[in-house]
Design a protein around this ligand. Sequence first.
Ligand SMILES: C[S@@+](CC[C@H](N)C(=O)[O-])C[C@H]1O[C@@H](n2cnc3c(N)ncnc32)[C@H](O)[C@@H]1O
Length: 293
Amino acid sequence: MSADKVFHSRSEGIPSEGVRDQYADGKAARIWKKFIGDSNQRTQNYKDFLTGLLRQHGCERVLDAACGTGIDSMMLVDEGFKVVSVDASDKMLKHALKARWEKRKNPKYDEWVIEEANWETLHRDIQSFLPNVQLDAVICLGNSFAHLLSESGDQSEQKTALSNFAKCLKPGGLLFIDHRNYDAMIDSGATPGNSIYYNCKYPVDIKTSVLVVRGKPELVTLDYCIDATEDGDINDRSEFRLCYYPHKLGKFTEMLDEAFGKNAKHEIYGDFLPLGKVKTPAFYIHVLQKPKN
Ligand SMILES: C[S@@+](CC[C@H](N)C(=O)[O-])C[C@H]1O[C@@H](n2cnc3c(N)ncnc32)[C@H](O)[C@@H]1O
């Protein structure tokens, strides 16, 4: 079922067919850097969590599968990882490419690879510019994966994407993937305004809508309003709409286990802490280790 038939899930200017680039009108891309800040505004909890686990497992080469404007990729490059960054949105990639150009005098950035790729064809896309590469880790973070909706109605697009993540990893490689706590959002109808990933200095209002079709939540729409007028270079408040598949923890856990096979290790964190430590986490972060053989 296409949710668009019953509910207008896109900002104007976003095509309803083809690869769903929800960032195609450039509105979110333009404000994104202000919204999430620069690498230095990544929360320490997030940075410690991600870099700590990567180092603990000896990971060197990391694929940022939803690099957006390149914020997490830059954090990892600065920390000495070799990073391959991909995204389906050229409007978002444009900012990552510009950031790499601005850092061209820093030798750490010489090997930063940035390319366009779509999760549904990710393994094939990556082979076209890095043949036979197998990564030590793949990250798909910042509430990105939920952008992939299910037009088929059976979540097959999401299952294909997850198995592509597994294919890109070497045996023993790690996948980091997250989703908001949609179970709690559906119950409360609200989205936490603060983020566990970044420190935003501007007022952010998020209006939450849940579309329920035949008794099942099918789509969560978040209307963001970010007031960055104080900086003067944006004339008005920025408003954009993004929509998400409301992954429930139980079902998402099952899909990941299916994609990685029963011998994979799977740990789940709530707001970067072991599950159960935070009563109602804003985000669940799954860390999977592909079987070693
Ligand atoms: C919420 S942004 C997050 C970006 C970045 N990780 C961050 O934290 O700022 C989600 C990103 O996922 C990308 N994306 C959505 N669907 C995709 C797909 N099917 N394949 C590749 N990238 C996709 C979007 O273009 C967008 O840049």
